[in-house]
Design a protein around this ligand. Sequence first.
Ligand code: SME
Length: 163
Amino acid sequence: MFETHTIDNVAKPAFYRELCRQLDALLQGARDPIANSANTSALLFHLMPQLNWAGFYFLHSSELVLGPFQGKPACVRIAVGQGVCGSAVARRQSIVVADVHAFPGYIACDAASRSELVMPLKDQDAILGVIDLDSPPPGRFDDDDRAGIERVAALYMAYSRRS
Ligand code: SME
């Protein structure tokens, strides 16, 4: 059984180096996209401080559909261009929201969420979905988190077989 190891009191770049080392070990030899997204969600949720939701949405036609996650039940479908997740897909780039109440069209799934980071899953030119992280404190995510989760998304994509 894979053990998660807590990472305390280190700067964010070091934190993400260790998180990616654990993710790499976790995904070794595993190619199923759903299994890998389930385990990636669990690792993020249990290792990252101050998260109340961590998970995946996958793009089907022009809609994002809920994938594996950790946290409270969430909305199942998000149109491209809607909410933070759909906006990240439409803009084809990650979005860090310091205060979700100030984001036009924000979709609330858990009233406790105050800040959010959404990272597109890219396969060359195609976008397959997003990783979504929510946090209760405002301003939880910064550029170090953006860079760290970009590496997490790239690792997930490298290991997961797509048909
Ligand atoms: N807040 C997101 C919806 C997904 S939940 O946070 C899990 C959004 O605005 O797209």
